[in-house]
Write a protein that binds this ligand. Structure first.
Ligand code: GRF
Length: 190
């Protein structure tokens, strides 16, 4: 049976959308665990409610970034998922994890990459004056938001639209497409 683990650091709305859609579709894919580096992340509450096992690797409880990432690697190796899904994971995966799981780690980013890599992408796109922005789902490589693009969807920023309205529309797009793209990668069915 195919399986995924989800790595998230914060709110977890994408995590929840993935779990709910997979269940609705009765997809034969096990969501093995939600892993978080943030012991206070709201995503933990979502996972508990959805009865998905939670692995908390509290980043600040480790002596160094290296120690944290070494623990993360052995945790991932033990779970051995078909795909590692980043959904608002706020740390950069080190090269030794990326290489170990080559083309098995995917991320979602709220802009049309390569535009607006990094943090606060929706706001930066909004303030830049571009007329179109969107979402990108991509494989993770050793750079920041630089891996091979799997899927992109774009939306037009409406005249006079507020930032919060745009954010809502971007998240809606994410929640629609991320589960579907993951399903395609896991089953070849979009
Ligand atoms: C999403 O906008 C995603 O594109 C970015 O981080 C955000 C996570 O949101 N990588 P959530 O935690 O899934 O609600």
């Amino acid at each position: 049976m195919k399986s995924i683990v989800v790595l998230a650091s914060g709110n977890g709305s994408n995590f929840e959308a993935i779990v709910k859609k997979f269940r609705e579709w009765k997809l034969n894919v096990d969501v093995k665990e939600l892993i978080t580096d943030n012991k206070d992340a709201y995503v933990i509450k979502r996972a508990k409610k959805l009865k998905v096992p939670v692995g908390v690797l509290d980043f600040h409880g480790f002596n160094s970034r290296k120690e944290y990432n070494a623990t993360l690697l052995s945790h991932l190796e033990r779970l051995s998922p078909s795909l590692i899904v980043l959904a608002g994971y706020m740390r950069i995966l080190p090269a030794f994890i990326v290489r170990r799981f080559e083309r098995k780690i995917v991320n979602i980013h709220p802009s049309l990459l390569p535009a607006f890599r990094g943090l606060n992408a929706i706001e930066r796109a909004y303030k830049s004056g571009v007329k179109y922005t969107g979402i990108t789902i991509h494989y993770v490589d050793e750079g920041v938001d630089t891996g091979e693009i799997i899927e992109q969807r774009c939306i037009r920023i409406e005249n006079g639209e507020s930032l919060s309205h745009l954010e809502k529309r971007i998240h809606r797009l994410e929640h629609y497409y991320y589960p579907r793209v993951l399903r395609m990668l896991l089953t070849n069915h979009f």
